[in-house]
Design a protein around this ligand. Structure first.
Ligand SMILES: [Mg+2]
Ligand SMILES: [Zn+2]
Length: 210
C-alpha cells in the first residue's frame, strides 16, 4: 500500500536498464586489471553514459573479475578501481547507478572465492542482484559487451544483447559468433555507438506504441 493511500505511490514504476560489461567495453582490454594504472577509459565512454543518464536508463556495470579467485589481486583492488571509475565519470557529468561483479572462479586457488557460483557471466546472478537493488523493467533493458558471454547473459535474462568491436569484440565477432546460435541484436563499433543505437530504437518503439 502506498503511503497515506496516495494512489500514485502504489504503482512502482520500473525503469529500463542498460547493463554494461566492464573490461573491453568501458575500459581498455589489458588482460587482468591487476593495478589501477592498467585501468584506462575508452574514448566516448563518459558521453555514452551521460546519454544513458539523460534518457533515463539505469546504468549498471556487470563484470567477471575472476582474478580475485585466482589470487592475482585482492578484492579491495576491484573496489578501488570502481571508485576511480565512478570519480572519473562523475568529473564528466556521467553517473553509474550500480556496479555488480563476480570475484569467483570454479578453479580459483583462493578458497573463499574458488567455487562454482551463480554470478559468473553468463550465469544471471549479477542481473538478479541488480534486480533486488533496483526496480528494473527487464523487457526494455539491454546488455552491452565485447564478448559472446555478454550476449548469452542477455539471452538468459530475456534481454537484447549488443556486441561492441572494442576489447575482444573484433575477434569474438569473427571467430566465436559464427559458431553460436544466440546472436546480438546489433553490432556497434563502441559503447557510444551502441548507446546511440539503443536510444534510436527506443524512440522508434515508443513512437509505434503512441
Ligand atoms: Mg569484456
Ligand atoms: Zn560469482
Amino acid at each position: 500500500m502506498g503511503r497515506d493511500g496516495d494512489p500514485k505511490r502504489e504503482v512502482c514504476v520500473k525503469k529500463p536498464a542498460v547493463f554494461l560489461d566492464r573490461d573491453g567495453t568501458i575500459n581498455e582490454q589489458m588482460g587482468y586489471i591487476n593495478h589501477l594504472n592498467r585501468f584506462v577509459l575508452l574514448s566516448g565512454v563518459p558521453e555514452a553514459i551521460r546519454l544513458l543518464n539523460k534518457n533515463e536508463f539505469l546504468t549498471i556495470i556487470v563484470s567477471n573479475q575472476s582474478g580475485v579467485a585466482r589470487g592475482y589481486f585482492p578484492i579491495d583492488l576491484v573496489y578501488e578501481v570502481h571508485e576511480f571509475l565512478r570519480a572519473s565519470l562523475k568529473e564528466k557529468g556521467a553517473v553509474i547507478d550500480g556496479i555488480f561483479f563476480c570475484p569467483h572462479h570454479p578453479r580459483g586457488e583462493v578458497t573463499e572465492y574458488g567455487y562454482v557460483c551463480q554470478c559468473r557471466k553468463p550465469e544471471t546472478g549479477l542481473i538478479d542482484m541488480a534486480c533486488e537493488s533496483f526496480e528494473i523493467d527487464l523487457s526494455n533493458s539491454y546488455v552491452i559487451g565485447d564478448r559472446h558471454i555478454d550476449i548469452e547473459l542477455a539471452h538468459r535474462s530475456n534481454m537484447e544483447g549488443i556486441m561492441v568491436k572494442t576489447g575482444y569484440g573484433l575477434g569474438e565477432i569473427e571467430y566465436i559468433l559464427p559458431k553460436k546460435s544466440i546472436k546480438p541484436i546489433h553490432i556497434a563499433s563502441d559503447l557510444l555507438d551502441a548507446v546511440h543505437w539503443i536510444v534510436g530504437r527506443t524512440k522508434t518503439l515508443n513512437d509505434r506504441r503512441a
